[in-house]
Design a protein around this ligand. Sequence first.
Ligand code: SER
Length: 312
Amino acid sequence: MKKRILIIGASGQIGTELTARLRTQFGSHKVIATDIREGDSELLEGGPFEILDAMDYKSLENIIIRHEITDVYLLAAMLSATAEKFPMRAWNLNMNSLFNVLNLAKEKKIKKVFWPSSIAVFGPTTPRTNTPQKTIMEPSTVYGISKQAGERWCEYYFNKYGVDVRSIRYPGLISYKTLPGGGTTDYAVDIYHKALKHNEYRCFLSASTTLPMMFIDDAIKATLSLMEAPAKDITIRSSYNLAGLSFNPTEIAESIKKHIPDFTISYDPDFRQEIADSWPQSIDDSKAQEDWGWENSISLEEMTGIMLGNLK
Ligand code: SER
């Protein structure tokens, strides 16, 4: 089968790295990167790139037909902290882009869809440690509400229309190729930038706020494993729990101090503390392990070495 891939939101944190990986794997001419804004030079020069607004159904359909796209990775979204400031814009972007893609799959214009969900689908009433795949979900953020609704729609389109849509509830993702993008877990990206620049970091979450996290390479590995798995093995059509690391600001600061001994951290929690407090501390991902062999590989110490080494 000839595979041709469309990435929507290719300039973002996941898109930048996923595009590079898919171009290597399938050939750069088979991966069409799109975003509402231009990305870095590696993204623009490494293969086809087009400007696309994911909410514009006609333009999206046009690109899909013109490039004979089979697989779509829909990565455009407004993240948790920004979404609290622009609730309606976040809802419109996060939901309409998903409906556009799901409807094109329903009409058989594409074969396979990847759409990211998040730990934000959980809320204050969810069990916070080792959070199960199926549990109470009462998200209290705009972003979380949009992701939970999106999960329900994905499962609905699979059940009613046979759309092959696959999804992961990503934990906080940490990477060095893009700047923090408005997420609550993004302190764990920003801290490395500030550690190298100023030897100090003022954290918007409290010292003991433990959250589920993951280095980007593991997130990309999980995404590719899920998308390559035979359809019969995919038993979850809402979204898979995925666990990697769990740490708090004190622990990540300690790991940085091993490289930068005079690094200091101070705490000044803002509105994002309430968001973090509504999310799990650790995740049970046994379904992802059983169904498509998921295993996290990069530890906090390794991640800190990679982040500081590459940002220098
Ligand atoms: N990392 C995201 C955020 O903090 C959650 O998916 O918004």
